[in-house]
Ligand binder design. Sequence first.
Ligand code: FA5
Ligand code: MG
Length: 460
Amino acid sequence: ALTSKRLFHGKPQLKINGVVYDTHSDFTNVSSTILNLSDRSLHLEPAHPIGVLRKQIEDKLNSTSNSYQYYNDFRPVVTVEENFDSLGFPADHPGRSKSDTYYVNDKYLFRTHTSAHELECFGNIQGFSPRTEKRAPTEKPGFLITADVYRRDEIDRTHYPVFHQMEGARVWKRSSEKSSESHEPLHIQKIRDDLCKLEKQLREESSNLVVEDDKSLESNPKQDYMSDLEVDLCSQHLKRTIELLVAQVFNKKLQSMGSEDQGAQLQVRWIKAYFPWTAPSWEIEVFWKGEWLELCGCGLVREQVLLNAGYEKDSTVGWAFGLGLDRIAMLLFEIPDIRLFWTQDERFHSQFHEGQITRFQPYSKYPGTTRDVAFWLPEQKESSLIHENDIMEIVREEAGDMVESVKLIDQFTHPNSNKKSLCYRINYQSMDRNLTNEEINKIQENVRSQLVQNYKVSLR
Ligand code: FA5
Ligand code: MG
């Protein structure tokens, strides 16, 4: 995969958010694009669509019970341990690969999800953190973490190498003491009470919500340490919490869309899923403009994660979710291209205000231009070292936000030589200004020569 010698000019170290890291030329695959994006913190800007959405969800989730501690300033570089190992990712999980993840070196990476901070925040609830040792316990039995996350990926209007997630979690300490009213253990009574409040709020505020649930635990097994009743109550609390936030966000949008959609149903469905650190697990999808849109993964936290965070065996049950913010914000604010979140153009920023969901008025659609690049891959052994994300990375590095999309438009294998040819179409278009043919030609030339230099392809 791509080595970044060129990007660091042979520097053995890299300074990120004030911390110095050693790099390894054969391991580091962080690009300067990523470095430049890593100190933006869009989710902290009160009038930025991502910031507005974050605040709205935080306020909503804390409106029922004020149970969630906020964490909004975790830095993006974490350890491989935090991002993967502590959550039980197997050694050969594809998410760990260098084609998917930005590594600073073999110990540090740009977090690929906000779950990387679960361990620390679970620890904080009871005043123990694996990194900071003892500290004062937070008063709250839950938390919400919002942060930028990084993934090497394709390039188009809905994919960007940095996006935003909100992690939510909630725990209940088990008790053997029984409630005098219900004769059930106190924590069961507590989960029931919490659930009751949520259900009431959902009924009052979101009577148009239609939920297709999947409660079957077949091929989505519960953990042995939890009772059937605990699994049932915690799962319901998790699902109602997410439904409440989804309903609030999407109903606000329905209302702002005017009278014809008033009273329209809001359809969501639960689908079983798999995550190494939750069991059982689900994803929620919402039906929006004729399509099912995936919003969030979640599940009941595996006890091993709680044990890793310093909890006593059998002491605690709880849930966690990870919600993607960018796609929701695009739909709410009617933002047609994910790159717009990152623009510095005042014509974008002046349109948005704290606490308000307003419709984006495109200021202009500047004309775009396309260029194709076609090449023969090198011999078998070496061609397997090129991942499509590496090609995306080269274009991203040369064109920055002037690239709208990159698509494979043709591939074939020569019948005699057995050599493989690929052709990519690069769509150049700026959100902010007109591009000249000259500058595009120059960028395209750089893309071509970087492909040759890094991957030994033969241009056609
Ligand atoms: C995760 O990242 C898990 N950490 C979620 C989780 C947390 C599960 C806690 C269990 C417990 P996933 O890769 O599916 O899962 O991403 C979660 C959400 O982030 C998705 O549902 C989607 O809304 C959003 N998302 C994922 N990839 C992208 C992308 N490339 N661009 C924009 N949003 C994305
Ligand atoms: Mg997913």
